[in-house]
Write a new protein. Structure first.
Length: 74
């Protein structure tokens, strides 16, 4: 995107955003320790989400939803 201009809305995994690029710099590799921390955090978030979804599936399996067609008005 061009620098010093507003852009958007742009969608990300966290929602919609307006973006303005103020400065640019060359990319560089993270130090190993910092990279390791990021990877660990990403893994933990993914694992928590997997466990949550598994738990929710078990809860859903315990219930049955029935809808009375006569009670629904459209």
């Amino acid at each position: 995107l061009p620098q010093d201009e507003w852009h958007g809305p742009l969608q990300s995994a966290r929602g919609w955003h307006l973006v303005r690029i103020d400065t640019r710099h060359e990319s560089q590799l993270l130090p190993f320790e910092q990279l390791q921390n990021h990877l660990r955090e990403d893994w933990l978030v993914k694992r928590r989400n997997q466990l949550f979804m598994k738990h929710m599936s078990k809860l859903r399996a315990r219930y049955r939803i029935e809808i009375d067609a006569e009670g629904v008005r459209g």
